[in-house]
Write a protein that binds this ligand. Structure first.
Ligand SMILES: [Ca+2]
Length: 444
């Protein structure tokens, strides 16, 4: 036997071992679509019957959908940035910078995954994310919509994103797993989609949100922030329906182009080795409670975001565990097989994804500037407005749209006291300086 043929046998044995290994990938690819201002319920499969999202619905059907996922909040009216910073650094709200500055002592997720051998690739809108993370990608593409004619317009942002992502999937380094992070500026306003998607939605046919009100009944601390000015005061049913139609058109456009990316992934033969994540950075009010922004803590409002994860080893189903979007930091590290996950303040969802019994949060805290604080548990939700001394208590099991404030009812005094203590304890644990009553220098 020649040396050459024995070497060939050794190579064959190695190849066989590698293909056995590939059946349960230690380092799966990660494809993460992170939408902008996409409400938790803004998928057909997750609560909005009028909305067409066939590709996202298919992801929900084969993956785990977290129906109670939240951004922890924002200490700036630009809610998107702290949400993304927390998710990409694993640091909580009061331990990140308010402005887009480096968070000391952190290693951003793309750097962690690059260290684990991943090819890292990002495309998104400039200024819409944590710059410290964007810089850490091997390839980072800022999509600028200006000056390129129709194809360069905002309405075509999802198409451009898909075109570039598909090209990457075709040309990538096949010797390494990939981490692709896509940050479309969609369905954030201005809500412009390609005409065929706008044509799908007749405003007159769309139902108003169950909690639609012409105006919020009292000052929540930031009623005239940028996003709230996108609709007239008082809010009207006609304008709200038009805004819903445009929002849905943008989402269906995103869904369509996401479907193109998934088709390219399947064609490349990598689908079975890829964790696919769909999420949003924050929620949005669209007439709910008279609000039109994300600067509030209602369930159908500012901080409640979609999160769906599908792929090898992940069970299909729904989870109503209380989770933070930033739980993705340790989750993706663990799924990628990172040996030394950097210090972080969140919880890995890996056991939940595998269908294993796992301890989950009993409480979930959210905050906005110095003007709103909230805590929810399995059933109850407390929202506190320290600067105007208002309190809301909702029984979410009986009243999911938060229409019936029970805070002043003696029958619920014990629940209110318990949640107030929980709110204050979470606030202290997280390093918040705003209390039940606003300090004179409360950030606004
Ligand atoms: Ca956003």
């Amino acid at each position: 036997m020649s040396i050459v043929s024995s070497a060939r046998r050794a190579v064959r044995a190695l190849t066989l071992a590698a293909s056995t290994f590939a059946a349960e990938p230690a380092r799966p690819n990660i494809l993460h679509l992170h939408a902008d201002d996409h409400r938790a319920d803004a998928l057909h499969a997750l609560g909005t019957a009028a909305l067409r999202t066939p590709h996202l619905d298919a992801l929900v059907a084969r993956g785990m959908a977290f129906t109670r996922c939240y951004s922890m909040g924002a200490m700036t009216p630009a809610v998107c940035l702290p949400s993304r910073t927390m998710m990409l650094t694993g640091r909580s709200l009061f331990r990140i910078a308010t402005q887009n500055k480096e968070v000391p002592g952190t290693t951003p997720l793309p750097a962690v995954l690059a260290g684990a051998g991943y090819q890292t690739w990002r495309m998104g809108k400039y200024g819409n994310t944590y710059a410290g993370a964007s810089r850490a990608f091997e390839t980072s593409i800022d999509d600028s919509a200006q000056g390129q004619g129709e194809a360069g317009s905002r309405a075509h942002a999802s198409r451009r994103l898909a075109d570039r992502a598909i090209a990457f999937l075709r040309d990538r380094d096949r010797g390494r797993p990939f981490y692709v992070y896509l940050e479309p500026p969609v369905p954030h306003d201005p809500r412009e989609a390609e005409p065929q998607f706008h044509a799908l939605y007749d405003p007159a046919a769309l139902p108003l949100p169950p909690a639609f009100r012409p105006e919020h009944p009292w000052d929540n601390g930031d009623l005239r922030v940028r996003d709230e000015l996108l609709a007239p005061f008082p809010r009207t049913p006609d304008d709200t329906r038009r805004q819903l139609a445009a929002y849905y058109a943008c989402i269906t456009g995103l869904d369509h182009h996401f479907g193109r990316i998934l088709a390219a992934l399947a064609e490349s033969g990598e689908m079975e080795r890829t964790i696919v994540v769909f999420s949003g950075d924050n929620g949005l009010s669209l007439g709910d409670h008279g609000l039109f922004g994300k600067q509030n803590l209602y369930e159908f409002g500012g901080m409640h975001a979609p999160l769906v994860i599908a792929g090898p080893g992940i069970k299909a189903g729904r989870s109503d565990a209380l989770v933070y979007l930033a739980d993705l930091f340790p989750t993706l590290c663990e799924l990628a097989g990172v040996r030394a996950v950097p210090p972080h303040e969140f919880q890995s969802l890996r056991p939940l994804l595998a269908g294993e019994p796992a301890p989950t949060r009993r409480l979930l805290f959210t905050a906005y500037l110095g003007v709103q604080r909230a805590v929810r548990d399995e059933r109850w939700k407390l929202i506190r407005y320290p600067t105007v001394d208002r309190t809301q208590l909702f029984d979410l099991a009986a009243d999911p749209h938060e229409l019936n404030n029970l805070a002043d009812q003696p029958a619920h005094a014990a629940t209110l006291a318990r949640l107030r203590a929980s709110l204050q304890a979470e606030s202290a644990r997280l390093g918040d300086t705003v209390g039940w009553h606003a300090p004179p220098d409360a950030p606004r």
